[in-house]
Design a protein around this ligand. Structure first.
Ligand SMILES: *[C@@H]1O[C@H](CO)[C@@H](O)[C@H](O)[C@H]1NC(C)=O
Ligand SMILES: *[C@@H]1O[C@H](CO)[C@@H](O)[C@H](O)[C@H]1NC(C)=O
Length: 589
C-alpha cells in the first residue's frame, strides 16, 4: 500500500517537472537557432535605435552600449567588455544576420566594432547583444563615398602635430553634407567625450574645432567627432575619426654614444665569454632608419658575424636609445689584438666608439692581499722574535758596534761582589751555597769565560784598613756592584755593603748595581730607607738553579746584559759564538 502510494506520488509530482525541463531545453535550442534568423528574441519588435552615416575608406567605430552611456563614451576598450558583447550584421536586402567573428574587418575590440577602414559594402543593420540577459541594440549604418556625401576639402584622417606648438584639429565630417543643417560637433578622444577642463587650460573647443596650445605628447590618440542632421523623419549621426600623432622637430645631430665613449679598454679573460655593450642615444626623427652595429677593426665583412642583439627603447618625443650587444663565445688571442668598433648612424650622420680588450691579470687582487697578509705576518713574527731575544740582540749589538765602555774610566774592577759571609756549617749540602756561588761559580763564568775582572773583598783587597773603608774603596774602584741577596744577607751585617753600594752609585754615575735574588727573603723593617728604595726600584735577577739542574743559561744571559760593555777576545769566546748559535738555532728550528 505504502509502496503504491509512493509511486503514484512520484508520477504526479516529478514527471511534469521533467516535461517542463525538456520544453525549456527545446525553447533554448529554438531561440539559439533564431539568432541566425532576423527575429532575435527581445530585438525583433525594436526599430533601429541609432542611424549612422560614415564616409567610405575612412576609419569608423560603433559601440554596443545602452543609450544612457552613449553621451560620455563612444567606446570602451577594456578586454572585460569583449566577452560580454556579441555582434551580428544584416546586410542590406538580405534576410538573415551573420555573426561577426574575431580578427576580421570590422574588428571586435572591447565593446566596439572598429572599421579600419569602413567599406561601401558595410552598410546595413548591426545588431549587438550585451551580457547574459538578452538585451540588444540595433544600429543602422549608411556608408557613402565622399562624392555622394558632397564632401569638399576633406582633410586627411591622420594628423601630425608638432609638440609644444599651437595646433588645431578639424572634424573631417563637417566638410560633407554641406547642404544639410547640422548640429554642433561632439568630440571624443580615445572613446571619451572631450569637455572643457580646468586641468587642461591649453585645450579649447571652438567652431567645431579643437585648439591645442601648447600641444603635449599626451594629446596623441584617436579623435572621433559626431554631429547630427535630419533627413525628413530620421535623425542621422555623422561620425568621422582622426588619428593624431604628436611629433617633435627632427634631430639635427648624429647619434650620441652613451657607452662606450671614445676608446674604452676592457679587461677580458682568455677563453671566457664576453659581451660588448653599446648604448646609443638617438634624437627624435620621424621614420628614420636607426642603425647600430658592431664591427671588428672597423671592417664590415660578411664572414665576421659578431652575433649581435639590438634592442630599441623608445623615449617618446625625446627619441630613442638603442642597446646593441655583441656576444663573444670565448675571448681569443685575436680578440685581444682587435679593435671593436660600435657604429651608429641616423639621417644626419654617423658616430663610432671603440672597445679594446686587455688581458685580465688573474687574481691580481688575491696576490696583493696575500702579500699584505704575509708582510703583516712577518712583521708580527719579527716583533715576537725581537721581544723574546731582546737581550741577545742587545749583547750582539754591543759586542760589535759599541766602543769599549771600560777603557779610560779609571776603574780597576768590572764588578764588586757582595755576599753574606756564613759559617760553613749553616750551608745546605744539596744546594750550592751563597759562598760557593760568590767565590767559585761567579768568578768561573764571569772571569774565566767572559773576561771580566771581579773584586772579591777577601781575595783581592789586602787587609789593613778598616772594613768599612775597604768596602767603600773597593766599590768605588768597580764599575758594577753585584749583590747576592738572601735571607742571611738582608738580616746580617753584609747589608752595609748594599747600603754603601747604593750611596756610591748615587755619587758616581758610572757605578751600577746588579741585584741577584739568590734565595727568597723577607725584607726586615729595620732596613735603611735607601736600601728599601733600591730593592724596590733596581732590576733583580733571580737565581733558580740547583746542583742537579742544567746550567742556568738565562741567568747568565741577564748577568752579561747588566755587566759593562767590553769588547775583548775573551768576550767573543764567551758570548758571541754562543749567541749566534742560539739565534740561528732559534730561527731555523
Ligand atoms: C524627404 O521628403 C521629400 C518630400 O517631402 C522627398 O522628396 C525626399 O525624397 C525625402 N528624402 C528622403 C531621403 O527620403
Ligand atoms: C660617416 O660619416 C662620414 C662623414 O661625417 C662619411 O664620410 C662616412 O662615409 C660615413 N660612414 C659611413 C659608413 O656611412
Amino acid at each position: 500500500m505504502i509502496l503504491e502510494e509512493n509511486i503514484s506520488e512520484y508520477q504526479t509530482k516529478f514527471i511534469p517537472k521533467i516535461m517542463l525541463s525538456l520544453c525549456w531545453i527545446l525553447a533554448v535550442f529554438v531561440s539559439g537557432a533564431e539568432v541566425r534568423e532576423i527575429n532575435l528574441p527581445g530585438c525583433s519588435y525594436v526599430d533601429p535605435q541609432i542611424w549612422y552615416h560614415a564616409i567610405s575608406d575612412e576609419d569608423f567605430v560603433l559601440q554596443c552600449a545602452l543609450p544612457d552611456r552613449i553621451d560620455t563614451h563612444i567606446y570602451d576598450n577594456s578586454v572585460l567588455k569583449q566577452h560580454q558583447v556579441k555582434w551580428f550584421w544584416l546586410e542590406k536586402d538580405k534576410e538573415s544576420p551573420k555573426a561577426i567573428k574575431k580578427n576580421s574587418n570590422p574588428a571586435l575590440q572591447g565593446n566596439e566594432l572598429w572599421f579600419k577602414p569602413v567599406r561601401d559594402s558595410a552598410s546595413g543593420m548591426y545588431i549587438c547583444m550585451i551580457g547574459e540577459k538578452i538585451q540588444c541594440l540595433k544600429i543602422f549604418l549608411e556608408v557613402q563615398t565622399k562624392k555622394a556625401a558632397k564632401c569638399s576639402g576633406y582633410d586627411s584622417n591622420v594628423l601630425y602635430l608638432l609638440a609644444d606648438n599651437g595646433n588645431s584639429i578639424t572634424c573631417p565630417g563637417t566638410k560633407c553634407y554641406s547642404h544639410m543643417k547640422k548640429s554642433d560637433v561632439k568630440w571624443y578622444k580615445d572613446g571619451r567625450q572631450i569637455k572643457r577642463r580646468k586641468t587642461r587650460l591649453g585645450l579649447k573647443l571652438r567652431h567645431n574645432e579643437i585648439y591645442l596650445n601648447p600641444t603635449y605628447g599626451e594629446d596623441a590618440g584617436i579623435y572621433v567627432c559626431d554631429y547630427t542632421f535630419y533627413d525628413n523623419t530620421t535623425e542621422w549621426t555623422m561620425r568621422t575619426a582622426v588619428t593624431v600623432e604628436v611629433i617633435a622637430k627632427n634631430t639635427i645631430h648624429p647619434p650620441n654614444f652613451l657607452y662606450p665613449k671614445g676608446v674604452v679598454i676592457l679587461e677580458a679573460e682568455l677563453g671566457k665569454p664576453l659581451e660588448l655593450e653599446c648604448h646609443v642615444q638617438f634624437g627624435y626623427e620621424r621614420g628614420s632608419p636607426r642603425r647600430v652595429t658592431w664591427k671588428r677593426n672597423n671592417k664590415e665583412s660578411i664572414n665576421e658575424n659578431m652575433n649581435e642583439e639590438t634592442r630599441d627603447y623608445p623615449k617618446g618625443l625625446k627619441g630613442h636609445t638603442v642597446l646593441c650587444v655583441a656576444k663573444l663565445e670565448e675571448v681569443t688571442e685575436r680578440d685581444l689584438r682587435s679593435n671593436f668598433t660600435c657604429f651608429a648612424e641616423n639621417l644626419v650622420g654617423n658616430a663610432t666608439s671603440v672597445i679594446q680588450l686587455k688581458r685580465k691579470q688573474r687574481g691580481f687582487l688575491l696576490y696583493v692581499l696575500c702579500s699584505a697578509v704575509s708582510i703583516l705576518f712577518a712583521f708580527l713574527l719579527c716583533t715576537a722574535f725581537i721581544y723574546q731575544h731582546w737581550i741577545e740582540i742587545v749583547l750582539m749589538y754591543r759586542s760589535y758596534l759599541v766602543q769599549n765602555e771600560t777603557t779610560g774610566d779609571g776603574k780597576e774592577f768590572d764588578a764588586f761582589v757582595s755576599y753574606a759571609k756564613l759559617d760553613s756549617s749553616e750551608s745546605d749540602s744539596t744546594l750550592i751555597s751563597e759562598e760557593q756561588f760568590a767565590l767559585e761559580l761567579l768568578p768561573d763564568i764571569l772571569e774565566n769565560k767572559c773576561g771580566y775582572k771581579l773584586c772579591i773583598l777577601e781575595r783581592d783587597i789586602l787587609p789593613g784598613g778598616a772594613y768599612t773603608d775597604e768596602v767603600v774603596t773597593a766599590i768605588k774602584r768597580s764599575r758594577r756592584a753585584i749583590i747576592i741577596l738572601s735571607p742571611a744577607y738582608v738580616s746580617g751585617p753584609s747589608i752595609f755593603e748594599l747600603q754603601a753600594a747604593v750611596n756610591c752609585a748615587l755619587e758616581d754615575k758610572k757605578i751600577k748595581l746588579v741585584l741577584i735574588k739568590f734565595q727568597a727573603f723577607q725584607e726586615p723593617d729595620t732596613l735603611p730607607l735607601v736600601v728599601k728604595k733600591a730593592l724596590r726600584i733596581l732590576p733583580v735577577i733571580t737565581w733558580k738553579s740547583s746542583i742537579s739542574a742544567p746550567p742556568n743559561k738565562k741567568f747568565w744571559k741577564y748577568m752579561h746584559y747588566h755587566m759593562p760593555v767590553k769588547t775583548t777576545k775573551m768576550l767573543g769566546n764567551c758570548s758571541l759564538k754562543e749567541f749566534f748559535h742560539r739565534l740561528f738555532s732559534l730561527v731555523y728550528r
